[in-house]
Design a protein around this ligand. Sequence first.
Ligand code: NDP
Length: 337
Amino acid sequence: MTKVLLTGGSGFIAAHVLELLLQRGHEVVTTVRSEEKASKIRSAHPKAKLSFVIVPDIAQPNAFDEVMKTPGLEAVIHTASPFHFNWTDPKTELLDPAILGTTSVLKAIKQYAPSVKRVVITSSFASILSDAGLQDPKKVFSEADWNPSTYEDGLKESKPTSYRVSKTLAERAGWDFVKDEQPNFDLATICPPLVFGPVVHHLNSLQAINTSNARFVDVMQGKMRDEIAPSGVHFWVDVRDVALAHVQAMEKPEAGGKRFFVLAGKFSNRELVAAVRKNFPELKDKLPAEEAKGGDYPEAGFPGYDNSQATNVLGIKWIPLEKSVTDTVKSLQAVGA
Ligand code: NDP
């Protein structure tokens, strides 16, 4: 049993991490932004060894000082970071919470929680990819790659670029901190591409769907009936495998000091729609016809990937696309989609 601090416990991925930590008998302290969010999570886990600390904004200086004074913390899993495009100022609403949020977690651990031995940070494929690599079908992405974009790119380019920069520089800040400060803990980072999978966190409405599952709501509501939307990055992973990666990275000594590119494989929106069509005949009227355009892989092909480090060190078997799609749609039907 490990006493773990999980940041951002109300999030899509964090809710699965929380479930798995509790299932494995760990004691969890989680940060959320409001008492309302805490009480919803508490009611989903009434008997769990689970407590809450309210951290309204991770970008505030010293945001994590109080929670790190919790006695006996042994590990920290830092998931909280903005992943949405509803912002106007990239610095204060995206880059600061991602980058300063990460450094303030690490500084507070060093100062107040010397009993912490392992920190796991949710990074992203965003910190691995490059625009040139994404255009090159011969490229094979792995943990050896780093996104070359700069802070300035994050301020002036597109919203997706700003998000990618936020994740890249947050992860780099983590590795730099460990190198420069030589703290009592070591670090593992989890780098997933698009994360699909069942929703187990509380949703006030379908409009509040997490960013990476938004395409499922669009498909189920008929928004792709005439044309299937472009897929974006053609790499995906199921959220339950992402949660497993975090927990294994926390538990396994050999995960320390490693980045993990966690992905199940390639997908296209066309394949995703086909899996919905096959398993949910009742949604037929909302779905694009089989001959509808769009949602394919690029004609030139899409790059390859190497997920062997996550497969071998973390022991993940990778949930297949059809199961992930089916479970995601069922979970969204259960909340009213
Ligand atoms: P969610 O939006 O569901 O979760 C984000 C979490 O971060 C929420 O708990 C949110 O709190 C919290 N948060 C965001 N900004 C702040 C802030 N300024 N102060 C305090 N808390 C904040 O998204 P996901 O679960 O998908 O994302 C979790 C992590 O995984 C992120 O680090 C994201 O970058 C990363 N990731 C996600 C991928 C995906 O496809 N889903 C792919 C790769 C990486 P609240 O809900 O209260 O706003």
